[in-house]
Write a protein that binds this ligand. Structure first.
Ligand code: EPU
Length: 424
């Protein structure tokens, strides 16, 4: 078993260069099914990206990586319409291949995605939208079987909730559909805009105007080279780690506008911020202040993915902070682990009240999910003594070079291996 040993209590300092965004690269990898060649610059090294590459290979593509550049070649055309089960189960966002496969082959089969560590993850909005575009969807022995007679047809789709994944699936399906598609109440996350930009670079005709997206279907798309935008959640996580440890950090290669709902909280916590064109510098006080209330919302609101790392930073603050999680029903699973480190947090359904404590102490804790795992690292860096963190594979889904980068910022963090205990 692998675990990370973190010796806390050292202020972080230095520069963190931010990688390409996980949640942008995954839908763009699905979109590469629609073109003969996609060259993706600034592609982060993540296990979720590996899973998406395995899906593309099983569907007939050649995927190669050279440093941060990922190339997807699809010259022979897609050879299979069934998503391979193992990588698809590993990565819930494999549902994004549905829209692209339907557009490319007129048929797609995948095993029904179950719930995940964040609670039930329904796909009703994806299926409703694809059906509106003309797909016939059947459930068949745990499989979803989707077909379309001829080409998908553009139409008007009003989403009841601005789902990121459903909006992305609709863009993938509508880009080469016949006629015009209008999606209203669409998600506005920067990762959705990045997908639209990638598709436009490939010859699509997509205009994002707030929560309304207009897609004029084109007959065919062509290959392109595209740089993945920076990961706003990775940047927020490093800022939280610096704030929690009373450190001073510069994050480089970010888009500060994407963090507009997050940065004011650091100022309320008492940090000094200096925001440049693609840099953010943060200097933290010795003791952070509570920030009143943090409510997660669809973009441009406060991102649910930054909730857990911010909560971890606020555990050692003066005063209280109320978190209200409106996006996912089970996104406080890290709280139980933070309590083991001496935090004072009470949860009630969608709310969590953090009462700041003077000190956190190291403990043996387990990552519950990707962002919850990152939150435990933030808390461990701020805690006194050693924290032993297991189930770190969750973190590797979404943070490139996490341990080396934290070490370069002055963290004392070591990857260790322990034999599984033998019971006689
Ligand atoms: N929902 C439905 N029906 C649907 C789709 C979604 O009820 O058909 C509900 C979900 O159950 C959830 C809410 O709508 O309660 C939001 O889901 P959304 O579809 O917006 O999220 P997603 O596409 O599944 C992406 C990110 C998540 C991020 C959310 C919200 C990717 C690969 N994943 O998920 O990222 O939290 O948007 O911003 O883009 C993460 O990176 O840690 C992560 C979980």
């Amino acid at each position: 078993m692998e675990y990370w040993s973190i010796e806390g209590g050292r202020p972080l300092g230095g520069t963190a260069k931010i990688h390409g965004a996980k949640n942008a690269v995954l839908p763009i990898m699905a979109a590469s099914l629609l073109v003969d060649r996609a060259v993706l610059y600034r592609c982060p090294v993540l296990t979720d990206v590996d899973a998406a590459a395995r899906i593309l290979r099983a569907l007939g593509c050649t995927v190669t990586r050279c440093g941060e550049t990922l190339t997807v070649l699809n010259t022979e055309g897609v050879c299979c319409e069934t998503l391979p089960e193992e990588p698809a189960r590993e990565m819930r966002s494999s549902i994004l291949f549905l829209g692209a496969l339907l557009a490319r082959c007129g048929r797609a089969r995948l095993s029904f995605p179950g719930g995940c560590e964040l609670g039930p993850r329904p796909i009703d909005l994806h299926l409703m939208g694809l059906a509106r575009l003309g797909a016939e969807i059947r459930e068949d022995g745990g499989f979803l079987d989707c077909r379309v007679n001829g080409r998908l047809r553009g139409t008007q789709i009003a989403l009841p909730f601005p789902s990121v994944g459903a909006t992305e699936n609709l863009l993938l399906a509508a880009a080469t559909a016949e006629g015009e598609t209008i999606v209203t109440n669409a998600a506005r996350e920067p990762e959705v805009t990045a997908l639209a930009e990638f598709l436009n670079t490939c010859g699509a005709d997509i205009v994002c105007d707030g929560d309304r997206i207009r897609v004029r279907g084109v007959g065919e798309l062509h290959g392109c080279a595209f740089a993945i935008p920076p990961d706003r959640i990775e940047a927020a996580t490093y800022l939280c780690a610096a704030a929690a440890t009373g450190g001073e950090i510069r994050v480089e290669g970010v888009c500060p506008a994407h963090l507009a709902a997050v940065l004011p909280f650091f100022e309320e916590m008492g940090c000094r911020l200096d925001v440049g064109e693609d840099t953010i510098e943060l200097a933290a006080p010795r003791c952070l202040s509570g920030v009143g209330c943090v409510r997660t919302m669809p973009y441009p609101g406060f991102p649910t993915d930054a909730q857990a790392p911010l909560m971890a930073a606020l555990c050692r603050s003066e005063g209280s902070t109320l978190f209200i999680e409106t996006i996912f029903s089970a996104r406080y699973r890290h709280v139980g682990e933070l309590l083991r480190m001496g935090a004072c947090i009470s949860t009630d359904g969608r709310t969590a009240l953090v009462r700041g404590v003077g000190r956190l102490h190291g403990a043996g804790v387990a990552c519950t999910d990707l962002r919850g795992g990152a939150a435990l690292v933030v808390a461990a860096l701020a805690a006194e003594g050693e924290t032993r963190l297991c189930e770190t594979h969750h973190i590797e889904r979404g943070y490139s070079d996490f341990v080396p980068l934290l070490s370069a910022l002055g963290a004392e963090i070591t990857i260790l291996r322990q034999e599984e205990p033998h019971f006689v």
